[in-house]
Ligand binder design. Structure first.
Ligand SMILES: CC(C)(COP(=O)(O)OP(=O)(O)OC[C@H]1O[C@@H](n2cnc3c(N)ncnc32)[C@H](O)[C@@H]1OP(=O)(O)O)[C@@H](O)C(=O)NCCC(=O)NCCS
Length: 313
């Protein structure tokens, strides 16, 4: 068995291993090219492949920042692993361990101090390891020195026949009358206040995500697939919510104005817009237990749970 850096001609074999090992997260060539090969942080030696019997039988995809994420910078201590697998015919023979040891050694020599699986912005596939789909993977990773930090919950909702319940409409009336809260589709007049608001309260990752949708919305690229709402209280921005196609979120409310129901109003208004556009399903990949309760009020059901893992090098 040989471990070597990825080569362009390995694509088909890596994807075959990916589909067989990460069977619940199959990936097509299109996404492999756009989210892996064209990622400016991608480096072939951090995608080592294991070759046996003349073909690729395993891989690990690790990333470190080569270009800064806005003012979040290069994060020089950090590394991420977003995907890995050994073909089922070759598992339990030490190949996974050899791949991980190889990548851990490489990252150490590059001065990295931590590895996280798999919250890498912007091109993660899933938040972490789905322990139901891959029951052996967490024991394997614990052997490699990783520990579970927390679980991310992924949920989805059927929006056919979606209606805003009367108590939410009532809440909307009350908030408007008592606190001057309004929820409106974003307009260009919001942008000078909105973008600094997003950075201030939610950081550069959320800024990047919002900017991506807003570039399409204001650039007229598939604008009808996007709903972007802004919540104001007495004229000042206090929250926003974004959605494209079936993917809902993120959405956020200024911590000073939480627990007033503003998040709930953003959520229900966005889902109603989606349903009226005949987008009859909504999903997101990542939330915690508290927000999961809010989502379940709107009909979201749990789909998958992902363990986010961390390793100190
Ligand atoms: C995790 C994975 C890469 C391990 O590859 P591997 O080549 O089989 O790993 P190794 O042979 O080096 O190590 C095996 C050790 O891991 C642990 N392990 C592996 N599979 C296990 C299982 N099903 N149950 C319990 N422990 C398991 C054991 O400690 C095992 O040692 P043992 O065989 O002596 O008991 C492989 O199982 C895989 O491809 N899983 C699916 C892909 C995946 O989960 N990707 C992550 C998605 S984000």
């Amino acid at each position: 068995m040989e471990i070597r850096a990825f080569r362009g001609s390995d694509e088909a074999e890596v994807l075959e291993v990916w589909r067989a090992a990460m069977h619940a997260d199959a990936l097509g060539e299109h996404l492999f090219r756009t989210k892996v090969l064209l990622d400016p942080n991608f480096q072939p030696d951090l995608l080592p492949v294991a070759v046996e019997d003349g073909r690729v039988v395993g891989f690990v995809l690790a990333l470190t920042r080569q270009v800064p994420l806005f003012l979040q910078g290069l994060e020089p201590d950090k590394a991420w692993i977003t995907a890995f697998g050994v073909h089922p015919d070759y598992q339990r023979r030490g190949i996974g361990t050899a791949l991980f040891q190889h990548v851990i050694q490489l990252l150490r020599t590059q001065g990295r101090k931590t590895i996280d699986i798999s919250p890498y912005v912007p091109n993660y596939f899933v938040p972490g390891v789905d322990s139901r789909a891959y029951p052996g993977t967490i024991p394997f990773l614990e052997k490699q020195g990783f520990r579970v930090l927390y679980n991310a919950i992924s949920m989805g909702a059927d929006l056919s026949g979606f209606q805003i319940p009367p108590e939410i409409l009532e809440l909307e009336r009350r908030r408007e009358q008592e606190d001057g809260v309004t929820i409106r589709p974003v307009s260009s007049a919001d942008l000078p206040e909105l973008m600094p608001f997003i950075v201030r309260h939610f950081g550069w990752d959320w800024f990047r995500h919002a900017q991506e949708y807003l570039l399409d919305l204001f650039g007229g690229v598939n604008a009808s697939q996007i709903c972007f709402l802004v919540a104001r209280r007495q004229g000042q921005i206090v929250g926003y919510c974004q959605q494209r196609l079936e993917r809902f979120g993120p959405f956020g409310v200024d911590p000073a104005y939480r627990n007033l129901g503003i998040g709930r109003l953003l959520l229900f208004r966005c889902l109603a817009t989606m349903s009226a556009r005949h987008t009859f399903f909504a999903y997101f990949l990542w939330t915690g237990e508290d927000a999961a309760r809010l989502y379940s009020l709107a009909g979201f059901k749990r789909r998958r749970e992902f363990a986010v893992l961390h390793c100190d090098l």
